[in-house]
Structures are given as structure tokens and as C-alpha cells.
Design a protein around this ligand. Structure first.
Ligand SMILES: Nc1ncnc2c1ncn2[C@@H]1O[C@H](COP(=O)(O)OP(=O)(O)OP(=O)(O)O)[C@@H](O)[C@H]1O
Ligand SMILES: [Mg+2]
Length: 495
């Protein structure tokens, strides 16, 4: 569907500033539809070569009331209307004054009351606002009369080019609606009337005195937005809080007559629930962060217990086993550490990689001088994927620094051990390649023969848990030797 700006620039001769004015009008015109309990149409003159000599109108916008049923069921936006079907629109264009009358609509049997309000911008009439009035249910109540009188004042402003406001950037979705409650303030700042919903909102702010005839100041309410609207005729919004639990949004619409402020319409909306929800969401995020923080702390406690126990053990084998377990627990803690900083369904894996490399260097590097180089990155991964992958990579990196260089002797040796970790995403898979320039795998090495714990863990995590693949092979001497491991896991599959 075409937008107002598109229709206007293609079918009319209106310039950009005028179209902008009409856009601002339609951004806040649901207020007009609600105050008048009516459907509204915005019509402009068509300017097309094929149309020469014969004038017709194009519908630029259409809005329905929220508090009454609509009279116009079809979508008229973008349609061309013949002038003889809308003689009153033409009259409003020609005279520049409001034209009130009746009209026969295609969809309806009876004639319906119609108002045609000229929309002025700069010095000319640029469009006509058509109000198609629904039948009033019985005599208008006091509030309906009040709404209609505000509507009339706003219509005069439309014809005077003072509504929509030039500086109104607060209109649009999310702004309070008529049903939320209205307070009308006169030119002297006194409350003329307040609807029942508005009175409720004032109660929630702790104001129980009858509002009529008093200024907000006298009621004990200081709202800068209202003062601003009265003093400078500027629309404004402000949230007024009462304690921790109550928040009422004041949306102030100044009313002007001959460039003088004659009053302010305040639309009130109780946003307490919204604010509370926001607070809850914030609290929940903090709670998730805290949980990760505690999980990390607990894992670190477990790993120190294992380390203590390892120290007490006299048997080398037991001690090694305990230290290995300690390292594994710590590689899981790394993931929670990152999550405690930014909790969520996803995590920046590169931060985890950085910590893992430090961890591996910390644990085993003391034995041989080895350099770990990381190329590329995996970006953001789901947390379900990040934890197992982190543990698997920790095992593989540890293996490389632990086993690859055992035949190269001590630090004095010329050979420099290098372990490279290449990370990238390709075709929906996260890929990690670990390459070392060490001694390579033994003749009889096979990944599928379950022997030691380390590779069993890796196999299980990559294949069974992450539905991925792993490949391990020695690199021929001619190509630099050492071991090459490739891990590939889908990033999208649900785990
Ligand atoms: N990068 C490598 N270079 C040379 N040999 C390797 C490499 N990675 C693994 N190996 C060989 O594969 C064997 C199995 O590794 P695995 O991680 O399963 O056990 P581990 O490291 O000996 O003990 P742990 O259970 O503590 O990890 C190793 O003992 C080693 O001989
Ligand atoms: Mg190992």
C-alpha cells in the first residue's frame, strides 16, 4: 500500500513542506476522530495531465474513531473521488471556510452529516479534512459535548494552520488516547472539566479535591509540560510519578485562537503498569546475571577443592587426574563468567575463546614454550552451543600443547611450538580448526577407539550433543608436520 507521502507526491502538486504538514496532521488525527466520534478522510486535489480541465480529489488518509463504530468500511486511501460526489469538499476548497452539510455515501442508505474542514498551510488551502459523522446515540452527554467543543476548536486551528503544531514530534503511536482521560484547562490555567478517567488518574496521584475551577498548582500538582503549553503554545509530554508505583503520562495539546493560547487539553494515561513491567524486566535481567555469577563462583570453588585435593595426593596418577578435572571445571566456568556480564540466549564467543586461551596457557604452557595463535572469530553463538563447544576446544588446545611437543625437548631447542586456532562460520556451521607443528599422531591412532577421557569427552560433545563432525589427522612432513583437527557444528539446529 502506498504511503501518504507517495500518493501526495505522485498524484498532487503539493510540495515537500506541505506534505510534511499533512503527515504531521495524520500523525495526531486519531485525536480528532475520537473527540468527534467520527470517521475522517483527508482529501487533496489531483494534478494529472489526463485530468486537465476536470477537477477530482484523491484520498490521502483515512482514520476511524476508537470509541464508535465506523461508517466507512472500505479502504479509501489512494482512491480518486469525483467532485460531484463531494460538492461540500469542493466548496471548502473554494471558500476556505468550514462547510457543514449532509452527504449520500455509497455504502449507506441515509444521508449522513458531513463537515469539511479546510487545511491551511502557509497562505493557501492545501487539503480538506472530511468528518463523516456517525449517528449520536440519544442526546449528547456532558462529556460528549465537551469533546465536541474541543474538536471544534481544533478544527478552527486546522483551518488557521496552527494544528498540527510545527514542532510536534511527540505525536504518533503510543501517545495517550481520548479514552484514557481528558482534563481541559482554560487560558488562565484553571481546570474547566475532567473526565471520570482523568479524575481516577488524579486520585492515583493523591489528588482528591474537586478539580474544576482550580489550577493544577492549587491542587498541589506541578507539571512543567502544562506550563510550557500555556506559556509558549507548545505541545509537550511529561510523566508524573507518585511514589514508586504510580506513573501518569500527561500529554498537553495547546489550544490557540488568533495566535493566543486559550486553553490546554491534557490527555492523561496511567502508565504505572508499563513502568512496573519495565522494572520487572530490568530486575529479571539482573537476576539472570546474578545466577551466572553464582554458577561461576561455585564452579571456581569446585575447581579449587579439586586442586587442594590434588596437592594432598601422593600418587602422581591421582594428582594428574584431579588437576585435569580441575581444568575441565574451570573451562565451563569461563562461559558463565562471560554470561554473567551479558546474560541472554546468546553470547559473544570470542570473549570465551580469549579466556580459554589464557586458561590453557596458564595450565600447561609452563612445561613447553608454545605459542597459541587465534585467527578469525565465531561471533555470537547461542548459549546452548557455546558451553559444550568451549569445553571441547579447551580439551583440543590442551592436547596440542600437552602432547604435540613432547619429543622436541626443553626450551633450549630451536623448534618453536605453534598452535593455531582458526575460527569461522560457513553455511550455517561454526568451524574450528586446531593445528600444531608438533610430532603428529601415532601410527595406530584412531579417534573412534575410545581410550582416554579427553577425546571421549570431545567426541561425545561434538557428535552426540552438538550434532557436528570432528576429524583428526597427522599432517605430512612435507606440509609442515604436526596434527590437524577440524570441528564443525551447526549453529542453527535446536539442541
Ligand atoms: N595434538 C596432538 N599431538 C599429538 N598427539 C596427540 C594430540 N592430541 C592427542 N594426541 C594423542 O591422543 C591421545 C588421546 O588424547 P586424550 O585427550 O583423549 O587423552 P590425554 O590427553 O592423554 O588425557 P586426558 O584424558 O587427560 O585428556 C593423547 O594421549 C595423545 O597421545
Ligand atoms: Mg587430553
Amino acid at each position: 500500500m502506498a504511503t501518504l507521502a507517495e500518493i501526495a507526491s505522485q498524484r498532487t502538486s503539493l510540495d515537500e513542506a506541505t506534505i510534511d504538514h499533512l503527515l504531521r496532521l495524520t500523525a495526531s488525527w486519531s485525536l480528532l476522530a475520537d473527540l468527534s466520534f467520527s470517521d475522517m478522510l483527508l482529501m487533496a486535489k489531483v494534478d494529472e495531465p489526463s485530468n486537465r480541465g476536470e477537477e477530482s480529489f484523491v484520498v490521502l488518509g483515512q482514520v476511524r474513531p476508537n470509541n464508535r463504530s465506523t461508517l466507512i468500511n472500505n479502504d479509501l486511501v489512494g482512491t480518486t473521488q469525483r467532485p460531484d460526489a463531494w460538492p461540500l469538499v469542493r466548496l471548502a476548497f473554494d471558500t476556505g471556510t468550514r462547510v457543514v452539510g449532509e452527504l449520500k455515501l455509497d455504502a449507506l442508505d441515509d444521508r449522513v452529516p458531513v463537515w469539511c474542514i479546510p487545511v491551511r498551510f502557509d497562505t493557501g488551502i492545501v487539503a480538506v479534512l472530511v468528518r463523516v459523522q456517525g449517528p449520536l446515540r440519544g442526546p449528547a452527554s456532558l462529556y460528549e459535548q465537551a469533546y465536541l467543543s474541543i474538536f471544534e476548536r481544533l478544527c478552527d486551528m486546522v483551518a488557521d494552520a496552527t494544528f498540527p503544531y510545527r514542532e510536534d514530534d511527540v505525536a504518533g503511536p503510543g501517545m495517550p488516547r481520548v479514552g484514557d482521560g481528558i482534563v481541559l484547562i482554560d487560558g488562565a490555567g484553571h481546570v474547566e472539566f475532567a473526565t471520570p478517567n482523568a479524575t481516577n488518574a488524579l486520585h492515583r496521584l493523591g489528588i482528591y479535591a474537586p478539580a474544576e475551577g482550580r489550577s493544577l498548582d492549587e491542587l498541589g500538582l506541578r507539571v512543567r509540560a502544562v506550563e510550557r503549553a500555556l506559556e509558549f503554545a507548545l505541545p509537550a509530554m511529561e510523566e508524573v510519578d507518585q511514589g514508586h508505583d504510580v506513573a501518569i503520562l500527561f500529554h498537553c495539546v495547546p489550544l490557540l485562537e488568533h495566535a493566543k493560547t486559550t486553553g490546554v487539553v491534557i490527555l492523561l494515561r496511567d502508565v504505572s503498569d508499563l513502568r512496573q513491567l519495565n522494572r520487572l524486566v530490568l530486575n529479571k535481567e539482573a537476576a539472570v546475571r546474578e545466577v551466572h555469577h553464582r554458577v561461576k563462583n561455585n564452579l571456581q570453588t569446585i575447581s579449587s577443592l579439586l586442586r587442594l585435593q590434588a596437592r594432598r595426593s601422593d600418587e602422581v596418577e591421582t594428582r594428574t587426574a584431579l588437576l585435569e578435572a580441575e581444568r575441565r571445571v574451570r573451562s565451563i566456568a569461563v562461559v558463565h563468567e562471560v554470561l554473567s556480564r551479558e546474560p541472554g540466549e546468546e553470547v559473544v564467543f570470542d570473549e570465551i575463546v580469549r579466556s580459554l586461551v589464557l586458561l590453557v596457557e596458564d595450565t600447561v604452557l609452563a612445561l613447553h614454550p608454545v605459542e597459541i595463535v587465534v585467527n578469525g572469530q565465531l561471533g555470537v553463538l547461542s548459549t546452548d552451543l557455546a558451553t559444550p563447544l568451549a569445553v571441547a576446544l579447551a580439551e583440543l588446545l590442551t592436547n596440542a600443547v600437552e602432547h604435540a611437543f613432547t619429543e622436541f625437548g626443553g626450551p633450549s631447542n630451536e623448534h618453536v611450538g605453534v598452535v593455531t586456532l582458526n575460527l569461522y562460520q560457513e553455511g550455517g556451521n561454526a568451524i574450528a580448526e586446531i593445528r600444531d607443528n608438533g610430532r603428529g599422531l601415532g601410527e595406530d591412532f584412531s579417534l573412534d577407539v575410545p581410550t582416554s577421557l579427553g577425546l571421549s569427552i570431545v567426541r561425545d560433545l561434538i557428535r552426540a550433543q552438538l550434532h557436528g563432525t570432528i576429524e583428526m589427522k597427522s599432517v605430512p612432513h612435507a606440509e609442515g608436520g604436526g596434527t590437524y583437527v577440524r570441528v564443525e557444528v551447526p549453529t542453527t539446529a535446536r539442541l
